[in-house]
Design a protein around this ligand. Structure first.
Ligand code: FES
Length: 312
């Protein structure tokens, strides 16, 4: 008869606990030890070889020695075993007749080796990484350079203010810009901005009484739009998701900038009047010469964000 879980365990001179677990020999598929404990679940448990078991009944397991001898048996260490739920043992139920509970087998040696192998493998990778770093670093730096290239802050001529016939009316200026993306050859793309000659009321809304400063990625001031210069240029990309917008007449709002993609509407000062746009239109650095030539610094900003984040 096999020992049952929860059976009382008695030595020749008294009870020492109960069967908490059984340990199975993975080769013979026989119970090799019982784990005996008493009191709280986390109290000391001892593993008793089946050779020490004198008899087994439905309720009691009797041991050969005294309780003093029992106390010298090795303390059970749970970390050295896995349950039979964790390792597949074929036909287990046919060999072990314990009531449901924890049946343990020794932690497989192979698994222990895998842990050691994993450690050495990771260690080898770490050493390889350290050795390879000086070689890889210049290559990585070269590959990542375009990501950290400074913004292009050159002034582009986009047209002449003579094209603007009315105050507070958006006029589109188209221009071409050469760009070089990462490792691609340089190409010329079509771009546009909306410029208006603003009345003092619109200027006040845009500038809120302060000059508007533009900085480079390092925070250095590159240009200041003066609050009393009437020309304002807005990036041609809608701050919602970057679509192109138009100057249109709205049946109730009058003349507005209207983005057809998701119907964001902005007034002449770039303020959002309606729609999903998270911020006002993006003003750009602008200069207008005495002869009316308009130059801008072509900047692009992240779409969909409340804060203005320059990306180009
Ligand atoms: S992109 Fe302009 S409203 Fe969505």
């Amino acid at each position: 008869m096999q020992p049952k879980l929860k059976s009382k365990v008695r030595c020749t001179d008294g009870e020492v606990g109960e069967v908490r677990r059984v340990i199975m020999d993975p080769l013979s598929h026989e119970i090799s030890h019982i784990v005996v404990g008493v009191g709280a679940a986390d109290s000391v448990e001892r593993q008793v070889p089946m050779g020490q078991v004198h008899g087994v009944t439905d309720e009691v397991v009797t041991l050969r020695g005294t309780s003093a001898e029992y106390a010298t048996l090795p303390v059970f260490n749970r970390d050295e075993y896995v349950t039979t739920h964790e390792v597949e043992i074929a036909h287990l139920e046919e060999r072990i007749h314990v009531t449901p509970g924890e049946v343990l087998v020794p932690f497989p040696e192979l698994e222990r080796s895998v842990k050691r192998r994993t450690f050495f493998m990771n260690f080898t990778h770490a050493i390889g990484f350290l050795i390879g770093l000086p070689i890889a670093f210049p290559v990585l730096r070269y590959l990542m350079k375009p990501m950290y290239a400074p913004f292009d802050n050159q002034w582009l001529k986009i047209g002449n203010s003579g094209k603007i016939k009315q105050d507070d009316v958006g006029v589109q200026f188209k221009y071409k810009r050469k760009i070089k993306e990462a490792y691609m050859p340089e190409q010329e793309i079509d771009k546009n901005v909306w410029v208006l000659k603003a009345t003092p009321k619109v200027l006040e809304t845009v500038y809120q009484g302060k000059d508007m400063e533009f900085h480079d990625a390092a925070g250095k001031l590159i240009w200041t739009n003066k609050k009393d210069v009437p020309y304002i240029a807005y990036s041609g990309k809608c701050p919602h998701l970057g679509c192109g917008f138009k100057w249109r007449t709205h049946k109730t709002l009058g003349q507005v900038f209207l983005c057809p993609c998701h119907l964001s509407i902005y007034d002449a000062a770039g303020k959002v009047l309606d729609g999903p746009a998270p911020r006002a239109l993006d003003p750009l650095p602008i200069k207008v010469t005495a002869t009316g030539d308009i130059t801008i610094i072509d900047m692009e900003f992240k779409a969909g964000t409340k804060a203005q984040v320059r990306i180009v």
